[in-house]
Design a protein around this ligand. Structure first.
Ligand SMILES: N[C@@H](CCC(=O)N[C@@H](CS)C(=O)NCC(=O)O)C(=O)O
Length: 225
């Protein structure tokens, strides 16, 4: 059976959503990143990048959330756009935009706003600006069509959903006023039974919530150097 190495945070959530949507059977294996379990030697053999999610499917090992989404879409044939070069080109563009823009800039905006030590003004301004710029591009794209690739719900919407849930934490509580189309997509996906089952996954295991000195050491290793 597929094993999903999971923590209740944006990148693992998008993969869990795909698994729930597809009906594939899987076993959820918690990786408590605030306890440093991502650095366990056994986990590093699965994901040398020491991050969640990772997935093991028989002899196949896949890490990085967007790679896993593509793997699962190829495996099942589900949540893909039409099999034309034009449609696939569009899918790769938006999926990589999420992977290289939305995820990293949103993650760094959260890091500098909520966790980094002072002085941090320049970094907060830089990453918040870039996070807003990327989310605004998604918002404008979604003004033209219901889903990221047109009229059908695909893996790219799942990739956006993983991070869209965290928009108030990334950009502030009033962010939805400026991103109504992203909010519409979020609400649309949240209403799906698979998304509700995905939200419930965090209750299956207990995860450390305190960002204490040990958690900072595990997640921000540069602080110990
Ligand atoms: N590019 C990776 C990023 C994965 C990532 O940053 N995962 C976070 C959770 S959203 C994590 O495991 N963080 C633990 C750490 O940074 O030590 C992906 O998309 O899977």
């Amino acid at each position: 059976m597929i094993k999903l190495y999971y923590h209740p945070s944006p990148n693992p959530a998008k993969v869990a959503l795909f698994l729930e949507e597809s009906g594939l059977e899987y076993e959820l294996i918690p990786v408590d990143t605030r306890k440093g379990e991502q650095h366990d030697p056994a986990f590093l053999k699965i994901n040398p990048n020491a991050k969640t999610p990772a997935l093991v499917d028989g002899d196949n090992v896949v890490f990085d959330s967007n790679a896993i989404l593509l793997y699962l879409a190829e495996k099942t044939g589900m949540f893909l756009p039409a099999d034309t070069l034009k449609a696939r080109g569009e899918m790769y563009s938006w999926l990589m935009f999420v992977a290289t823009g939305i995820g990293p800039y949103s993650g760094q905006a959260v890091h500098f706003k909520h966790f980094a030590p002072e002085p941090k003004d320049y970094a907060v301004t830089r990453y918040t600006f870039e996070a807003w710029r990327h989310w605004t591009i998604i918002n404008e794209h979604l003004a033209k069509q219901p889903y990221m690739l047109g009229s059908e719900y695909t893996l790219v919407d799942m990739a956006v959903w993983g991070w869209a849930r965290a928009v108030p934490f990334i950009l502030g509580n009033d962010a939805w006023v400026k991103l109504p189309n992203v909010k519409r997509l979020l609400d649309d996906i949240n209403a799906r039974p698979a998304a509700q089952r995905t939200e419930e996954l965090k209750t299956q295991h207990s995860y450390k919530t305190e960002m204490d000195a040990d958690a900072r050491k595990a997640m921000f290793p540069q602080m110990t150097q």
